[in-house]
Design a protein around this ligand. Structure first.
Ligand code: GDP
Length: 436
């Protein structure tokens, strides 16, 4: 949380353009790694070629124009949404990668839903265009079926056709990223203390606790003190992805940092603070964690779904729905959508056939959604995770019971319109019949 750390308000003249931060998502084998590798290797600056690149969870690419783009190397949608759930979303623009010969697959749909729920711009990269079986039109038709309507067809989805093998279309993709970034007007103030997000962290045998992080705002200098969760770091040394020592990490820059007193959590935010204050902040946070453990806060019980949404004018009930077969999925979706009223909107964030997965739970937590399982068993590992996350899985075998429950929630979310007000009482003494 940020409330225990002071935030300063930036003057507009202090703000400078910062590189966009990009996450690539898509189905396994559609070319995520190959695309990142291609972009990275075609960008190796002379002198660094042949050097060993370090995996630090993200890297910076400089285009011939001198402008930069930061790519995150995070593994999968879970990490993406888990960070958002912790209020540490890092990504400015998502790239959805779809293989032109394979089309939309289950994890593609999952990625679309994660991106949509994060409310960030999406660029679709149709990959493997070099393959003879490539069929981009089929991919576009499938995208449209999932409410991602290509610009060429009147929608707002930006499509780039690429090959991570030949490099075809990748310059265009990078240009497109910068165009989208310009529209967003991404800015930061390099002259304030740094804040950002921990990407990865581990205990290194030789060097002690070590973390890679990305600066979101401000500048991080050697000698600065940062706090992240309950760990403190007096920055001893910083390195970029080419293992080059860095003195100052500016906005959107990923670096590895040495000097933590304990291993911080990946996905947690960090803030640079006055060294004297850091201990006090960490003590207060530790006390708060203890208190929360005793109170047992968190979770998505029905009461939470109602309370947390009751502030806005129009209430939204977010749902993650998994069913046994496609037939029941379509039937339930159609019936559920009929339960809306003038005050409550139902939003099926993600739906699919098969067991509830960890990714479903993380999405539900990030979006405060109701998790519904219809006619499916539950993996004991996922059950444990759900318990730990304090997420209730609403499980049904009969459709009308499921619909009753949702209706109950929707009615609970609706404000009562009529109220009985006691003004007084009267007794009828006599009844007069009026002729005519
Ligand atoms: P990831 O699972 O999404 O990271 O996918 P990978 O990058 O590992 O790619 C999966 C497979 O597809 C590998 O065998 C790649 O060599 C191949 N591949 C990736 N991009 C292309 C492409 O543009 N053209 C062709 N022909 N193959 C590709």
């Amino acid at each position: 949380s940020k409330e225990d750390v002071q935030e300063e308000v930036d003057k507009p003249e202090d703000l400078q353009e910062r590189p966009p931060i990009i996450t690539v998502m898509g189905h396994v084998d559609h070319g995520k790694t190959s695309l990142l590798d291609y972009i990275r290797s075609s960008n190796v600056i002379a002198g660094e070629a042949g050097g060993i690149t370090q995996h630090i969870g993200a890297y910076n690419v400089e285009l011939p124009s001198g402008r930069k783009i930061t790519f995150l190397d995070t593994p999968g949608h879970e990490a993406f949404t888990a960070m958002r759930a912790r209020g540490a979303s890092v990504t400015d623009i998502a790239i959805l990668i779809v293989a032109a010969d394979d089309g939309i697959m289950p994890q593609t749909v999952e990625a679309i839903n994660h991106i949509k729920s994060a409310n960030i711009p999406m660029i679709v990269a149709i990959n493997k265009m070099d393959k003879p079986q490539a069929d981009p039109d089929r991919v576009m038709t499938q995208l449209a079926e999932h409410n991602v309507l290509p610009e060429a067809w009147g929608g707002d989805a930006i499509i780039c056709k690429i090959s991570a093998h030949t490099g075809e279309g990748i310059d265009k993709l990078l240009e497109t990223i910068l165009l989208v970034a310009d529209v967003q007007g991404l800015k930061a103030n390099p002259n304030i203390p740094a804040m950002g997000t921990i990407m990865e962290a581990k205990l290194d045998k030789g060097r002690g606790p070590i973390a890679s992080l990305i600066v979101r705002d401000g500048s991080l200098n050697i000698g600065d003190t940062i706090v992240s969760g309950t760990s403190i770091c007096k920055v001893k040394a910083m390195f970029d992805e080419n293992n080059k020592a860095v003195k100052v990490a500016t906005p959107s820059m990923p670096v590895t940092v040495l000097g933590f007193n304990e291993v911080p959590s990946a996905g947690e935010t960090f803030t640079a603070v006055d060294e004297k204050l850091s201990k006090q902040i960490v003590e207060e946070r530790k006390a708060k964690i203890k208190e929360d453990l005793i109170k047992g806060s968190g979770g998505n019980t029905l009461e939470d779904l109602l309370q947390k949404t009751s502030e806005k004018d129009m209430k939204i009930l977010n749902i993650v729905l998994k069913t046994d077969v496609n037939g029941s999925l379509e039937a339930i979706k159609a019936s559920v959508m009929k339960l809306v009223n003038e005050e409550v909107k139902i939003n099926i964030l993600h739906s699919g056939v098969g067991a509830i997965s960890e990714s479903d739970l993380i999405l539900a937590q990030a979006s405060n959604a109701m998790v519904i399982a219809f006619n499916i068993g539950q993996d004991s590992k996922v059950k444990t995770i759900a318990e730990r996350m304090k997420i209730k899985i609403y499980s049904y075998k009969i459709i009308y019971e499921l619909l009753d429950e949702i209706e109950r929630v929707v009615k609970g979310m609706k404000e009562p319109k009529y109220e009985e007000v006691y003004l007084g009482r009267a007794e009828v003494m006599a009844v007069f019949k009026l002729s005519n």
